[in-house]
Design a binder for this molecule. Structure first.
Ligand SMILES: [Zn+2]
Length: 216
């Protein structure tokens, strides 16, 4: 079967219906992103059972083995790199998920990965490549208008922080630095303002003491 010219071997009617709905909406409302999805996605298929068993609900895998995921990440934080992270991909969706809203958000999230550019990743200012990637996929989910259903699903099925990172408004601490994820999915370092305030206070104290002839 093909959905909007993309080969699809999903079997469950609900999964096929949701992929059709998603692709139709993106084609209509976000044609540039749709073009990218259509040109990159070589196949949509089900997540293998062994992956489902370890909690994988969806996945995007580069088709060309020579472009390993590690090679794709190289230079991720160079803001000038506008090219896409993936060239040709297979998108895996777990079609056994019972909750269709949850499956729909997974579909949108995985296609968010497909559309990701290296510049998107750099913009996230994330403490790790994995969190940059996850925040970018979610940034697309929100951009495409599925933010409220995504929030609803996150409340219904809390996600693993170690993989997904924060959601907008949430904070997390990594290597002693606390970040808050902004509504645009940018990790803001909220430890620094306190550090710079402390440094300013110290300078003022030293200035005051030197003026008063105090020595330490
Ligand atoms: Zn993801």
């Amino acid at each position: 079967m093909k959905i909007k010219c993309i080969p699809c071997t999903l079997k469950k009617p609900v999964a096929v219906r949701l992929v059709k709905k998603f692709l139709a909406e993106i084609a209509k409302n976000h044609p540039k992103d749709f073009q990218k999805i259509q040109s990159k996605t070589t196949l949509i298929k089900r997540v293998p059972k062994k992956e489902i068993d370890i909690g994988t609900r969806g996945q995007v895998v580069e088709v060309d083995a020579e472009v390993s995921s590690e090679a794709s990440w190289a230079g991720v934080f160079d803001d000038n790199q506008v090219e896409d992270v993936f060239k040709k991909v297979i998108v895996f969706i777990d079609e056994t998920v019972k909750d269709s809203e949850s499956m729909f958000v997974t579909i949108a999230h995985e296609f968010g990965h497909v559309c990701t550019t290296k510049k998107d990743l750099a913009r996230r200012n994330a403490p790790s490549d994995e969190w940059a990637s996850e925040a970018t996929a979610d940034w697309y989910v929100y951009k495409w208008g599925y933010g409220s259903i995504s929030r609803k699903m996150n409340a219904r099925y809390p996600r693993r922080l170690s993989h997904h990172g924060a959601m907008p408004g949430e904070t997390l601490t990594d290597n002693g630095i606390t970040y808050r994820l902004s509504k645009n999915f940018v990790y803001r370092n909220i430890s620094e303002p306190f550090k710079s305030l402390a440094a300013k206070l110290k300078d003022r104290c030293l200035e005051f003491m030197s003026k008063s002839g105090m020595h330490i």
